[in-house]
Write a protein that binds this ligand. Structure first.
Ligand code: NDP
Length: 512
C-alpha cells in the first residue's frame, strides 16, 4: 500500500514533502501503475512537479512512451477477458469496497489533493466526498445494467444485451484530479470495461493512490492502469488500436485533437471541455442569493472550474447594487495557505497559468473594464506560491477578450442587460455550451430561460451544486457525451440485438 501517511507529512518550514518528510521520497517513486504494480515510465523526456502553494519542486516524473502505453493497453485487454465476465453484483462489491476505503482515507487524500492542486482543504475534502460518492453510486448501478426483451410476431422474440466496450483510454485535467479520475474510472469499471488513465502532469499523485486503493478493494490486476505523461502520451492512448473508447476532460483545442486522432480508428469518444457560461440575474431576483450564486459560480477552486458562470448578466436596474454587494463579498475571501482551515481560496495551478490569468485581467483593463482585485498576491510565509486576488470586471462588453475566452481563474465579468430577449441572445452568442444559470423569483421565467440557454447543465436560483446521480456534460463546442447519472452507463456500453426464432423458418423459396 502506498504510504499515504508519509506523503502527507509536510516540512513546516519549506513545506517540501520530498526531502524533509520521513519515508517517502517522491522523486524515487515509480509513478505508473501497470498490471497491478507500480513502475517507472520509460520515456526519454520527463516533467517536473511543483506544489502550487509554495512553488517548490516536488518531483521529476518520466513521461510514458509508446512501449509503456502498449504495456498498459495489453494488460487492460488481457484483464478485460475476465473482468467483463464478472456479474454486476461481483463488480459492485469491489467498487463498494473502494468507496469505503476512500471514505476511511479521505483526510489523507484531501491533504494530498491540496499539495497537488493548491485548492483549499475544505474544497479538497468536498472533492474526495464526490469521489467516494461516485464509486458507491456506480457500485449500485452495476447490477442494474440490462437489456430489453421483446415479443416479435409468431414464435419470434428478440432481446438486447448491453455490453462493455472494451479498453477505455481516459485522459484528465488538473482542476479536480481525483474527482475527474473517478467520474471516468467508476462508470467504466461498473460497466465491465478496463481502463488506462492518464492524469494531468500538473496533478499526477492521487491517480496512483486511487489505483492502489482499487487493488486493495479487490480489483483484478490490469483492470485499471495509470500512465503518467504529457500531451504526447495522451496522443499515444488516442491512437492505440487496442483502445476502444476515449473519455477526455480538458480544453476545447485539445478536445478537437483528441477527437481527430480517435477518429482514425473510429473509437467512441466522450469529451468534457471548457466553458464560458452565463449567469442571468433578473430585477426580481432575491439579490442576496443571487450574489451568493455568482460567488459560487466564479471563485471555487480559484475559478478553475469548467462550468463556472464567468459572464454574469445583471439587469440594469439592480446592476450597481449587485456590484457593490460583490465587492463587499470579495473583501471577505481569505486567500492563503490552502492547508489552513480558515483559507477560502488557495493557489492557482502553476506560474504559467497565473500569468495567463493576470494577462486576461490586464487585457480587460486595456479594453476599458473597471477592475477590482486581480493582482498577483504574496502570501505571508509562502513567497513562491501562485496566488492572486479574486477579481471582478465591471463595465464589460460582449466583445472583450476576457468576456469571450475561457480564463479559468477567479475572474468574474459583469455585464448589464435590459430585456429577457436581449440577454438570451447575448448569453447564447458563444461557441461554448457547458452550463448556465438564472436568478429570478418568477418561476415561469426561470424555467423558460433554463430551456432557452444553450448549456448542458443549468441552475435556477443556485449555481455549482452537483450530484453524481445527474448527468453532466456540454453542448456545442463544450463537448459531447455525458458523465454521471444513468446516462454515463450508455457511454460505457454498446448495445447488441439478438433475434431468436422458436418456430420454423419461413422462406419464399421453399415449396414444402
Ligand atoms: P488541456 O486540454 O490542456 O489538457 C487536458 C489533458 O490532455 C492533460 O492531461 C494534457 O496533458 C492532455 N493532452 C494535451 N495534449 C494532448 C493531445 N494532443 N492528445 C491527448 N491528450 C493531450 O486542459 P487542462 O489540463 O489545462 O485543463 C483545463 C481545461 O479543462 C479547461 O478548458 C477546462 O474548462 C477543462 N475542463 C473541463 C471539464 C468538464 O467536465 N467539461 C472539467 C474540468 C476541466 P498536458 O497537460 O501535458 O498538455
Amino acid at each position: 500500500m502506498f504510504p499515504l501517511k508519509n506523503l502527507t507529512k509536510f516540512c513546516t518550514k519549506c513545506r517540501c514533502i520530498s526531502s524533509h518528510a520521513e519515508g517517502l521520497k517522491l522523486s524515487e517513486q515509480s509513478w505508473n501503475f501497470i498490471n497491478g504494480t507500480r513502475c517507472a515510465g520509460a520515456g526519454e523526456t520527463s516533467f517536473q512537479l511543483f506544489e502550487p502553494s509554495t512553488g517548490s519542486k516536488l518531483s521529476t516524473i518520466t513521461d510514458s512512451n509508446a512501449s509503456d502505453v502498449d504495456n498498459a493497453v495489453s494488460s487492460a485487454r488481457k484483464t478485460f477477458k475476465t473482468w467483463s465476465r464478472f456479474s454486476g453484483m461481483e463488480r459492485a462489491e469491489i467498487l463498494r469496497n473502494a468507496g469505503r476505503l476512500l471514505r476511511e482515507r479521505s483526510q489523507d487524500l484531501a491533504k494530498t489533493e491540496v499539495v497537488d492542486a493548491g485548492k483549499p482543504l475544505w474544497e479538497a475534502e468536498w472533492d474526495i466526498q464526490t469521489t467516494y460518492d461516485c464509486f458507491e453510486y456506480f457500485a449500485g448501478l452495476s447490477p442494474t445494467i440490462s437489456g430489453q426483451h421483446l415479443k416479435m410476431s409468431g414464435e419470434n422474440w428478440a432481446y438486447t444485451i448491453r455490453q462493455p466496450i472494451g479498453v477505455v483510454g481516459a485522459i484528465g485535467a488538473w482542476n479536480f484530479p481525483l474527482q475527474i479520475a473517478s467520474w471516468k474510472i467508476a462508470p467504466a469499471l461498473a460497466s465491465g470495461n478496463t481502463v488506462v488513465f492518464k492524469p494531468s502532469p500538473l496533478t499526477p499523485i492521487n491517480a496512483v493512490v486511487l489505483a492502489e486503493i482499487l487493488k486493495e478493494a479487490g480489483l483484478p490486476d490490469g483492470a485499471l492502469n495509470i500512465v503518467q505523461g504529457q500531451g504526447e502520451t495522451g496522443q499515444l492512448i488516442c491512437k492505440h488500436p487496442g483502445v476502444n473508447k476515449i473519455t477526455f476532460t480538458g480544453s476545447v483545442p485539445t478536445g478537437k485533437l483528441v477527437s481527430q486522432t480517435a477518429a482514425e480508428t473510429l473509437k467512441r469518444v466522450t469529451l468534457e471541455l471548457g466553458g464560458k457560461s452565463p449567469l442571468i440575474i433578473f430585477e426580481d431576483a432575491d439579490l442576496k442569493n443571487a450574489v451568493n450564486g455568482a460567488m459560487m459560480a466564479n471563485y471555487l477552486t480559484q475559478g478553475q472550474v469548467c462550468n463556472n458562470a464567468t459572464r454574469v448578466f445583471v439587469h440594469e436596474s439592480i446592476h450597481d447594487q449587485f456590484v457593490q454587494l460583490v465587492s463587499d463579498e470579495l473583501k471577505k475571501i481569505k486567500v492563503g495557505d490552502p492547508h489552513s482551515n480558515d483559507t477560502t481560496m488557495g493557489a492557482l495551478i502553476s506560474e504559467d497559468h497565473l500569468n495567463k490569468v493576470l494577462g486576461y485581467v490586464q487585457s480587460a483593463a486595456d479594453e476599458g473594464a473597471q477592475v477590482t482585485g486581480g493582482k498577483k498576491l504574496q502570501v505571508s510565509g509562502l513567497p513562491g506560491g501562485y496566488f492572486m486576488e479574486p477579481c471582478m470586471l465591471v463595465g464589460c462588453t460582449d466583445n472583450m477578450k476576457a468576456v469571450k475566452e475561457e480564463i479559468f481563474g477567479p475572474v468574474m465579468s459583469v455585464l448589464k442587460f435590459s430585456t429577457e430577449e436581449e440577454v438570451l441572445e447575448r448569453a447564447n452568442n458563444t461557441h461554448f455550451g457547458l452550463a448556465g444559470g438564472v436568478f429570478t423569483q418568477n418561476l415561469a421565467r426561470g424555467h423558460r430561460v433554463a430551456a432557452a440557454l444553450e448549456g448542458g447543465v443549468l441552475w435556477v436560483n443556485n449555481y455549482n451544486t452537483f450530484s453524481v446521480e445527474l448527468p453532466f456534460g456540454g453542448l456545442k463546442q463544450s463537448g459531447y457525451g455525458r458523465e454521471n447519472g444513468m446516462a454515463a452507463i450508455e457511454h460505457y456500453t454498446e448495445l447488441k440485438t439478438v433475434y431468436v426464432e422458436s418456430g420454423d423458418v419461413w422462406t419464399p423459396y421453399s415449396t414444402t
